[in-house]
Design a protein around this ligand. Structure first.
Ligand SMILES: [Zn+2]
Length: 308
């Protein structure tokens, strides 16, 4: 299928010499993103593969943490974040039977895992960042969830003979070095017919179009891959997951992307001292994010897939 697609690709004046980092096919320069995380200006590009359709950041930077822990939240910010996390996993939770084993890979501070544990599921949390692991352990202290400091490549060791009824990859795929290898490992620990819940930034969103090279979610220092609906479907399909639902309408949208596209200096991962202001602005963007989501042009793609 991929080869047939290649034959029909027309030459483009923007055609780039860089081969797709995923499939090796020809690629096009999409844009030169603003890098707020310390990268040299103008050197980093986002290209899209003319073959598999995925977007990728070039060159690859190996010196930046995938997603450094954001500051701890309290008060109303923590309440809003918990409600958003619960909304984001609700479609998956509604599709699972009681007592299902759910693995949240790259779980961050464990907010989604907490929502899943509160609904009675057996939860395993996998997170590589030591600070996030500490916070997740605290958030999940009154649950039976297991919190493990590990990367996706260690998933098999953590799971042993257990097989997951569902795996959550919430804003994880865009960070991974080797998508194919990671999804193969996820597939190996998921039972036949088990579910996969995925969210990634949507490069086909209204925001990506409006903000162009200033769109927050390009995050070229940390995001290696940039998905639209077609490329996400293809990557999951090649890994043996059949997509049941893929939509820019999931959860509460992705309000932090809109907030930090408008006010990059308030991104707590760029400027930890402005964390409270940043999160307040992100909360204020929820209605706008919900509006774009309702129009089908939301800034994240939310997917439910099933292991075939
Ligand atoms: Zn490709």
């Amino acid at each position: 299928m991929v080869d047939r697609y290649r034959e029909h690709v027309q030459p483009s004046p923007l055609r780039d010499a860089i081969a797709c980092l995923r499939c090796g096919g020809v690629s096009d320069l999409l844009l030169v993103p603003h890098d707020r995380h310390g990268g040299p200006p103008g050197e980093v590009r986002v290209c899209t593969s003319a073959v598999c359709g995925i977007g990728f950041t070039w060159p690859v930077r190996g010196d930046v943490s995938a997603a450094p822990a954001a500051g701890e939240m309290g008060g109303i910010g923590a309440v809003v974040a918990s409600r958003m996390a619960a909304a984001s996993v609700a479609p998956l939770a509604n599709a699972l039977g009681p007592g299902s084993l759910v693995v949240d890979v790259g779980a961050g501070t464990g907010l989604r895992a907490k929502a899943l544990a509160d609904r009675g599921f057996d939860v395993v949390v996998i997170e590589p960042d030591p600070v996030e692991v500490m916070r997740a352990t605290a958030h999940l202290a009154d649950t039976s969830a297991q919190v493990v400091r590990a990367g996706v490549h260690e998933l098999g060791d953590v799971m042993g003979a257990r097989r997951a009824d569902a795996v959550v990859l919430w804003h994880v795929l865009e960070h991974l070095d080797d998508l194919g290898d990671a999804l193969r490992r996820v597939s190996e620990v998921t039972r036949d017919g088990g579910m996969l819940s995925v969210a990634v930034p949507n490069r086909g969103s209204l925001e990506a179009r409006v903000f162009g090279d200033s769109w927050h979610a390009w995050e070229p220092s940390r995001h290696r891959w940039h998905f639209d609906e077609r490329s996400l479907r293809l990557v999951l399909g090649e890994a043996g997951f059949s997509v049941e639902e893929i939509s820019p309408r999931g959860g509460w949208g992705y309000p932090s992307s809109l907030a930090f596209s408008l006010a990059p200096g308030l991104d707590p991962q760029v400027n930890p001292g402005r964390g409270v202001a940043g999160r307040t602005l992100a909360a204020a963007m929820i209605p706008a994010a919900l509006g774009a989501r309702a129009a089908g042009r939301g800034s994240q793609l939310v997917t439910l897939a099933r292991r075939t």
